[in-house]
Write a protein that binds this ligand. Structure first.
Ligand SMILES: [Zn+2]
Length: 293
């Protein structure tokens, strides 16, 4: 994968939009998992600028004036989701800025029960998984119980299905376990699933943005998509994003980013959207999806 030679810098505090902000794509893991993820990134991806643990991540995000942050973590093996979901729930009770996710592995026993407990006991407001990390394609039938459970429990699913970044450290080539074509099977087969595709679909942005018209329960987040860092990411369809701003959410991917925390926000603001569009992207879409009872 080609990356920009120098991570963009020089973005300081955003200007021009001073309303409420929800960061819809933040990663919070227990310390030992952060350590493992950072080792993996050092070897296979980019140098993470902020190697800080969960509470310090939240401190940074609060200092950046986020009203809420959508906290994401994923189980990469069966048998670990229950502990992760309990940890996330405890963290959210302690730090109320956190909107907690649940995770589950497709090969876990009692997938529906794990997600039901995460919602009812630990307050989860969405589910997170990552097809590259799983090495399982979105259209693999082994994933279908996950989609059914999310529909049953009325939990949105943030699923990394874009075929980028094409990092070689994953077990399978990303084209085999992700991509727009494999995602469309899910959109067609599970129309009630509220599916959040992160990074605007990472490498096939124009396809995913175009599908906002066709699939009313498709949502996109902007994390790492607006800052010119991953080569091959092209953001066209600016008007389509504005037309569907009620299904587009700002996110940063913090802390696993190589550039400044403020860069993504400044890049979204630089697109020149009107204030109503910015209000939706920065706050209202995520509030409606994750905070409404
Ligand atoms: Zn992420």
């Amino acid at each position: 994968m080609a990356l920009a030679p120098t991570p963009p810098s020089g973005f300081s505090r955003p200007v021009g939009y001073n309303h409420s902000v929800i960061d819809a794509h933040v990663h919070l893991f227990p310390d030992r998992l952060f350590d493992a993820i950072w080792r993996w990134f050092d070897q296979h991806a980019w140098t993470i600028r902020y190697k800080v643990y969960a509470d310090e991540v939240i401190d940074h995000l609060e200092a950046a004036n986020n009203d809420f942050v959508v906290a994401l973590q994923y189980a990469h093996n069966p048998g670990m989701a229950e502990d992760l979901n309990a940890w996330m729930g405890e963290l959210a009770r302690r730090r109320p800025v956190v909107i907690p996710c649940a995770t589950v592995h497709p090969h876990d026993d009692d997938l529906l029960g794990i997600l039901r407990r995460a919602k009812e006991t630990h307050g989860a407001r969405l589910v997170k998984q990552h097809c590259h990390v799983l090495g399982i394609a979105p259209d693999d039938p082994v994933m279908f119980p996950l989609y059914e459970a999310c529909v049953t429990l009325q939990l949105p699913l943030n699923l990394h299905v874009g075929n980028g970044p094409k990092l070689v450290g994953y077990g399978s080539p990303t084209d085999e376990v992700s991509g727009a074509r494999r995602t469309q099977v899910v959109l067609e087969r599970f129309p009630e699933l509220r599916l959040v595709v992160p990074h605007l679909g990472c490498m096939e942005e124009s396809t995913f943005i175009g599908w906002l018209d066709r699939y009313p329960n498709l949502y996109l987040d902007t994390s790492m998509a607006m800052v010119p860092f991953i080569e091959g990411m092209e953001i066209s369809g600016r008007e389509a994003l504005a037309d569907h701003a009620n299904r587009v959410m700002f996110g940063t991917d913090f802390p696993n980013i190589p550039f400044e925390l403020g860069a993504e926000r400044a890049a979204v603001q630089a697109l020149g959207f009107d204030d109503n569009t910015l209000q939706a992207i920065f706050h209202d879409t995520a509030a409606a999806l994750f905070l409404a009872r």
